[in-house]
Design a protein around this ligand. Structure first.
Ligand code: FAD
Length: 353
């Protein structure tokens, strides 16, 4: 377009200012990217959503975040994901999922989503503070992070894969007929302790206060399990090991300061998870812990066109296979939403093939 300023009755400065504003608009429309389906997160939920969205011709763009592959990249052995009869390491499994998503031309990118604005008709997302993307649909798969005590020894054996875990359902099996320690006092901790009691010879449960935070029914279940020993007013001083694997836990009574060593090959931390959902506050309905609230039985959030999958909305199951399942749901919901909005976008039959 050619703009002539010859007959435009304004000062030289005003013309320059106008030109600069026009240039800015051109630059902004160049840098704002439009995306049909943006997926935030590269765990099992994000990659599964990508596989389905890509096969449905939604041309998904997926941002990996600072943990490409998600939580499973921190574990050595995954034995409960269907399709791997001999088990597989977490990092290997996540590379396979990435490959499968890329095979259908998912645009997998590095980048951290720093801000969103879901207040208007267009869903706006900013990556690394600067890049602005306007999305027809957004699938949130940002997961959750397990909380740890933060002791150096705990982190050392966690990183070595040598006996520290935040997931009894995932890792309990590796401690069959062994003695383990679990830290925590809530419903999840009781549930995990009870789960471990069915596999392990002995479970010692460390509870910081003189009572459980868990519901009475959960607390009673633990109290009535013969191979669970509960130590109240007791905290972890150090996770002990031989440099490779955990061999015990030094605990202390926070009333008497008395220390003692509990022999154990596994140290389970069950003090909660933090969903990675801070950037969605103010736009999406979150529960008191920060989990995104979805419409039951669907992946829909309170904002049309924004869907959630995986651990970001799941404080109950928190498994790779359930995350993958809800990733599939989110892509199907997003596809149907687009089809409802735009008659030219057909629901793909390939999704179901
Ligand atoms: C040590 C350990 C062992 C486990 N073992 C098993 C097991 O054996 N079997 C099993 O089924 N489950 C296991 N789990 C649980 C399983 O890992 C999770 O349930 C699953 O990974 C959740 O998947 P997700 O896709 O929802 O999120 P996550 O795997 O948590 O992935 C979240 C993704 O979101 C990205 N992200 C977060 N915020 C942003 C942002 N702002 N911008 C861009 N990206 C972002 C992260 O980089 C990451 O890629 C284990 C968990 C742990 C911690």
């Amino acid at each position: 377009m050619i703009i002539s300023f010859d007959n435009f009755n304004a000062s030289f400065e005003s013309k320059i200012l106008l030109l600069l504003r026009l240039k800015l608009i051109v630059i902004m429309s160049d840098t704002i990217e439009k995306v049909k389906c943006l997926i935030i997160g590269s765990g099992p939920a994000g990659y599964t959503a990508a596989i389905y969205a890509a096969r449905a011709n939604m041309k998904p763009v997926l941002y990996q975040g600072t943990q490409p592959g998600g939580q499973l990249t921190t574990t050595n052995e995954v034995e409960n994901f269907p399709g791997y009869p001999d088990g597989i390491t977490g990092p290997e499994m996540m590379l396979e999922l990435q490959k499968q998503a890329e095979r259908f031309e998912t645009d997998v990118r590095d980048g951290w989503v720093t801000k969103v604005d879901f207040s208007g008709d267009v869903h706006k997302v900013w990556v690394n503070e600067t890049k602005e993307i306007h999305c027809d649909t957004v699938i949130i798969s940002t997961g959750a992070s397990a909380k740890y005590l933060g002791l150096d020894s705990e982190q050392k054996y966690l990183k070595l894969g040598g006996g520290v875990s935040a997931c009894a359902v995932c890792d309990g099996f590796f401690y069959r007929n062994q003695e383990v320690v679990i830290v925590g006092a809530g419903d999840s901790a009781c549930e995990e302790a009870h789960y471990l009691s069915k596999l392990c010879k002995k479970v010692t449960m460390l509870v910081r206060r003189d009572e459980f935070r868990a519901s009475k029914i959960m607390a009673n279940r633990v109290k009535n399990t013969p191979n669970i020993e509960i130590l109240f007013n007791t905290e972890t001083d150090e996770v002990l090991g031989d440099g490779q694997v955990v061999t015990g836990v030094r605990a202390f009574n926070n009333k008497t300061n008395e220390k003692h060593v509990i022999p154990a090959t596994g140290f389970f931390v069950a003090i909660g998870h933090k969903p990675n959902t801070d950037i969605f506050k103010g736009f999406l309905n979150l529960d008191e812990t920060g989990y995104i609230i979805n419409v039951p039985g669907t992946s829909k959030t309170n904002i049309e066109g924004v869907f959630v999958s995986g651990d970001a909305a799941d404080h109950v199951y928190r498994q790779a296979v359930t995350a993958a399942g809800t990733g599939c749901m989110a892509a199907l919901d997003a596809e149907r939403y687009l089809a409802g909005k735009d008659a030219t976008f057909e629901v793909s039959t390939s999704t179901y093939n």
